[in-house]
Design a protein around this ligand. Structure first.
Ligand SMILES: [Zn+2]
Length: 84
């Protein structure tokens, strides 16, 4: 392995410890619930989930779980309800 790659790996290791450097602005995820799999998305800071609960409440256990998992890497504060 050449030395420039070794330097990058070391830098990546440091960056990975500094999560506030990263702001996730959008992504898609397959979420395996207890009964079904759901498509969860974050687009421009807005959550979407194709489960029935989300359709009526604009929030659900899947979006809240992902908010917890991603926490400080999310841009701004897309959290629609308090989950603490
Ligand atoms: Zn959902």
């Amino acid at each position: 392995m050449d030395s420039s790659i070794i330097g990058k790996i070391e830098k990546a290791r440091q960056y990975a410890e500094e999560k506030d450097r990263v702001n996730i602005t959008s992504f898609t995820a397959k979420f395996q619930g207890n009964h079904n799999q759901y498509d969860v998305r974050l687009e421009e800071g807005a959550w979407r989930c194709d489960c029935h609960f989300f359709a009526t409440r604009d929030v659900c256990s899947h979006t809240m779980a992902l908010q917890r998992i991603l926490d400080e890497m999310l841009t701004g504060d897309p959290e629609p309800v308090s989950i603490s």
